[in-house]
Design a protein around this ligand. Structure first.
Ligand SMILES: [Zn+2]
Length: 272
């Protein structure tokens, strides 16, 4: 980081290579279009190369990168207003991803997550509305803290959390068959255990509420199973590795960053 800030090109390139997979994954989840995601990665990392001197630490870099990528995605969505609507079905999107990105299970950091489960997690997240999706992706997939997510989105922390709880419950519902979670309905006297459990994961329920819930779970198997499936569903979102960045995207980024470095060396005013 410091070497990159001193203007060492190799360090800057290493930094860009490090952030690239996460920025690509985030952009893909936000735009749900591989071509747009590629353009956004390039735009975002180019901005990083130009503004590297302004950062104080890793946390500020990732928060900033996600905010830049998100804004680029929103701009693109607006610009596409008069273009034919891109109603890509999830199935088509899935097929497109399979064709264009190499099998993520082939890398050295192979996880125990099966490819099929991975696809299901992707589809469950894609099915969320945009507001819930960006919160869940930043918090559970990218691992930002709730205050960092609030900073990226420019909203309050409690708004982040209420969207997060709804998003987690929706993703769990879609993954439930794959998690072989029993579908027994909660009883008439059952509390809203999924929302409570999600708040518990955020460290946001008081000790007495927690105790009440534990007492309920000790005697209610359907709520216990529901909480367990939510825990596993969140864990699956957290475990999904960033897939490989398509070669065409990586090489376009490399070319653009090299050009930017040359430009900065010559002292030419940057184009922003
Ligand atoms: Zn219950």
């Amino acid at each position: 980081m410091q070497a990159a800030q001193r203007g060492e090109a190799d360090a800057l390139e290493a930094l860009i290579t490090r952030y690239q997979p996460r920025v690509f994954r985030f952009s893909l989840k936000m735009c749900r279009n591989v071509d747009d995601a590629g353009d956004i990665v390039q735009e975002t990392l180019l901005a990083l190369a130009r503004k590297i001197g302004a950062f104080r630490g890793d946390a500020s870099v990732s928060t900033w990168l996600f905010a830049i990528a998100r804004n680029a995605c929103i701009r693109r969505r607006r610009r596409g207003k008069f273009a034919p609507p891109r109603e890509e079905s999830l199935e088509r999107l899935e097929a497109g991803l399979r064709d264009r990105i190499a099998d993520p299970g082939a890398g050295p950091e192979q996880t125990t997550l099966s490819h099929e489960i991975e696809q299901r997690v992707t589809l469950a997240i894609d099915a969320l509305d945009a507001g819930q999706r960006e919160v869940l992706v930043l918090r559970d997939v990218e691992g930002l803290t709730a205050p960092e997510v609030a900073e990226v989105l420019g909203i309050r922390v409690d708004a982040v959390k209420s969207r997060l709880h709804r998003a987690r419950v929706a993703v769990r519902a879609r993954l439930a068959p794959a998690l072989s979670a029993p579908v027994t309905a909660p009883g008439a006297g059952c509390p809203d255990v999924l929302a409570l459990y999600s708040r518990h994961l955020e460290g946001d329920i008081a000790a007495d509420v927690c105790q009440e819930m534990e007492a309920h779970l000790a005697q209610c198997t359907s709520c216990l199973a529901a909480c367990d499936s939510l825990r596993r569903s969140v864990a699956l979102c957290q475990a999904a590795p960033p897939g490989p960045v398509p070669d065409a995207v990586a090489s376009a980024v490399r070319t653009a960053v090299h050009a930017a470095i040359e430009e900065m060396r010559r002292g030419a005013p940057s184009a922003g």
